[in-house]
Design a binder for this molecule. Structure first.
Ligand code: 13P
Length: 255
């Protein structure tokens, strides 16, 4: 069988009540029931911090992983209101989304993202690093250069062991929540830029590091974007609010 294609749901600040959380969990267990083991294990759900423990408990026997949507860049200290990567790991999160454009819009810098990546790895979490947020232009050459520089800066800060532990997600900011996706060719080109930048710094042993796409993914477009390509899966926002969509995506991508 081919390498599984990941389907990562970013719930963002949705499921506003504990009742909505419980309904989501119930519906997702129902939706995942019909999937094969490999289709289930390709799914990761990243709920709000407060709900992580409930999701981890609920999915204990479902073979679905749970992740955070952020973690603080420092391991410990006086950081009011923050969540450390160790806290996430200790309640059963396996991964964490870092550097999402919605966080960078609040002032999170690339330097902070890099520190978050390093400390997430140190505590045993898999960082899902979002790149492409600065890209305003749809001109492939400009975009490629910006993306390459950004990935270069991140992977140059990691050693050979650390880099093997990361996942990248190419998320052009204009595609997030807009209902607009780049063409499959464009996504293919840009994710290849990410892959080449990693390999350019760390060599051919890193060519299997997962590179995902995120931005207005639906059950209708997921196959066209992923199936024929080297892309290793998708990071899903809006469509992940119905867990049946995540189940459908995993079964479409992992047949
Ligand atoms: P949408 O799927 O809603 O465009 O969001 C994508 C995203 O931000 C995933 O992290």
């Amino acid at each position: 069988m081919n390498k599984p294609k990941l389907v990562i749901g970013n719930i963002k600040m949705n499921l506003e009540t504990s009742q909505a959380r419980d309904e989501y969990i119930t519906n997702s267990l129902e939706a995942f029931r019909g999937l094969s083991d490999s289709q289930k294990s390709a799914i990761v759900i990243c709920p709000p911090f407060l709900y992580i423990e409930s999701f981890v408990q609920a999915y204990k026997f479902a073979d679905v992983a749970v992740g955070g949507q952020n973690a603080h860049q420092e391991l410990r200290g006086k950081n009011t209101g923050e969540i450390s990567p160790k806290m996430l790991a200790s309640i059963g999160a396996q991964c964490v989304i870092l550097g999402h454009s919605e966080r960078r819009a609040t002032g999170e810098t690339l330097e902070q993202v890099i520190q978050k990546v390093i400390n997430a790895i140190l505590t045993g979490l898999t960082p899902i690093i979002c790149v492409g947020f600065t890209v305003g232009s749809k001109d492939a050459q400009d975009e490629g250069k910006i993306l390459k520089d950004e990935v270069n800066e991140i992977v140059s800060a990691l050693n050979a062991q650390q880099v093997q532990k990361v996942i990248f997600a190419y998320e052009p900011v204009w595609a997030i929540g807009s209902g607009k996706t780049p063409t499959p060719e464009h996504i293919h080109t840009m994710t290849l830029v990410v892959r080449k930048a990693i390999v350019g710094v760390h060599g051919p042993d890193t060519k299997e590091i997962p590179v995902l796409y995120g931005g207005s993914i639906t059950t209708e477009n997921v196959r066209e974007i992923c199936v024929q390509s080297h892309i290793d899966g998708v990071l899903v926002g809006g469509a992940s609010l119905d867990p049946a969509n995540l189940a459908r995506m995993s079964s479409l991508l992992n047949q």
